[in-house]
Design a protein around this ligand. Sequence first.
Ligand code: FMN
Length: 294
Amino acid sequence: MKTISPNDLSQPEFHRLLIGSVGPRPIAFASTVDAAGNVNLSPFSFFNVFGSNPPTLVFAPNLNRHGHKKHSLLNVEEVPEVVINVVNYAMVEQMSLASAEYDRSVDEFRKAGFTAVPSEKIKPPRVAESPAAYECLVKDIITIGEGPGSANLVVCEVILAHFEEAIFNEKGAIDPYRIDLVGRLGGEFYARAQGEALFEVARPQKGIGVDALPENIRNSTILSGNDLGKLGAVTALPGADEVQQYRESGVLGALFDEARNGCQYLPDLLHQRAKTLLAGNQVAEAWLVLLQIH
Ligand SMILES: Cc1cc2nc3c(=O)[nH]c(=O)nc-3n(C[C@H](O)[C@H](O)[C@H](O)COP(=O)(O)O)c2cc1C
């Protein structure tokens, strides 16, 4: 472990560690206007949703390397309204272009080639190409620190939302494969939430917990932390009868033979079998295998 105090590094050096290790971060593609109505469009990955009653989004334009306020911040100070457009894979290169340091008078919708659609309740337009866009009122701007890299948390309340029809599945829920979001990591890295990057974790009931696993399982050199998490998420263990029946079914016959004839260590073979079952999310059967040890 490297243990580092922020005071021991320069601000840009610690910034790089933060953005390299906190991620992937969602991206707010923020559309704002100044008092004269000039439009600005810039991405911010210091961004997230913080509540739904009222729906609350926060993004943070830092002071730039010269310690100056970014145009988006100046705009929301003048006109406390913003459309937060989400960013999907199809728009990532144009979004990146919009992040360049254009003059305040430059409209990044035009510069990056996006289509501006008038908002219904606020002055800044939304991005037609974005699969979800939130019209927001700026409720607060919280300044933390001073100088380059200091944060200005722009606290936004959603007053109207727009969603592209195509991102919904048959049940009316937003389908992650269809919305195809991207996130920001450190350096020039992005993550696309698609293909093998997407996976599901079963929502647990109040599981027995990793602390309740038998010691040989908890200290296994074969089972991983993720395996233990799956095992600890069950609410009850199979009974002795079930374990016995499983043994007598012969499913593990070859494995027991291998232990006997090949002089393999039986618990290791059982742990390996359970690991394979867990990889396929067959948690109940993995338990039947592991409980053969007792
Ligand atoms: C994907 C992405 C995420 C970014 N996130 C942030 C951020 O969270 N905060 C920030 O201050 N700048 C961030 N930037 C840089 C700003 O987009 C950039 O400084 C931009 O020029 C600001 O525009 P403005 O001055 O017109 O507001 C990000 C850039 C990219 C490409």
